[in-house]
Design a binder for this molecule. Structure first.
Ligand code: GAR
Length: 198
């Protein structure tokens, strides 16, 4: 059984789907959920599901990224995770941190990477006139949002969409994509999974 740690920054809807999926014959179990924001709504949801939680407030470290990451690592390493999932974790991690989990850290990003790494992905897709948008699960490497793709879900961009309506359509697919990719990854399968919700 693989042990999975999850990092979040907000509501944690992807985290909830991941935790809920890790039961029965699933090859992994959630062992801990952490956040850089003590007020992240997802922390209470994780606790309700019986998963241990912790928070390390990045604001207390005043830009000292190394000290923040050292504090983040303590509870994480104590939980001895095999896999680390970023699920709406909105802090950039240093190469040192990434290297500790090399080949076993996953992230979900709300665009069809390599398009639109970084922020405001849905607004950028709409402004570019894209007819398709989506989400990508990928392995985390030191370069932001650039690691090998493990899965992608595609949705149409519809006339009249704004960033919010598009984000909502993509999020529905994120909730399907991430648990399926994690299940495959935990079983040793890293071939990309493509979901088409066109
Ligand atoms: C998700 O849409 C996820 O793809 C995005 O944040 C949202 C978190 O929602 N992640 C990023 O933008 C990473 N750069 P959630 O907290 O409800 O899972």
């Amino acid at each position: 059984m693989k042990k999975v740690a999850i990092l979040i920054s907000g509501g944690g809807s992807n985290m909830v789907k991941l935790v809920q999926a890790m039961t029965g014959d699933h090859p992994a179990r959630a062992v801990i959920v952490g956040s850089n924001d003590p007020a992240a709504g997802g922390l209470a949801k994780a606790a309700e599901m019986g998963v241990a939680t912790f928070a390390v407030d990045h604001r207390a470290y005043k830009g000292d990224r190394a000290a923040f990451e050292a504090a983040l690592l303590q509870p994480l390493l104590a939980a001895e995770p095999d896999i680390l999932c970023l699920a709406g974790f909105m802090r950039i991690l240093t190469p040192d941190f990434v290297q500790r989990f090399q080949g076993r850290m996953l992230n979900i990003h709300p665009s069809l990477l390599p398009k639109y790494p970084g922020l405001h992905t849905h607004q950028r897709a709409i402004e570019a006139g894209d007819t398709e948008a989506g989400a990508t699960v990928h392995l985390v490497t030191p370069e932001l949002d650039a690691g090998p793709m493990l899965g992608q879900a595609r949705v149409p961009v519809l006339p009249g969409d704004d960033a919010d309506t598009l984000a909502a359509r993509v999020l529905v697919q994120e909730h399907l994509l991430y648990p399926q990719v994690l299940r495959r990854f935990a079983s040793g399968d890293q071939t990309p999974l493509i979901l088409n919700a066109a």
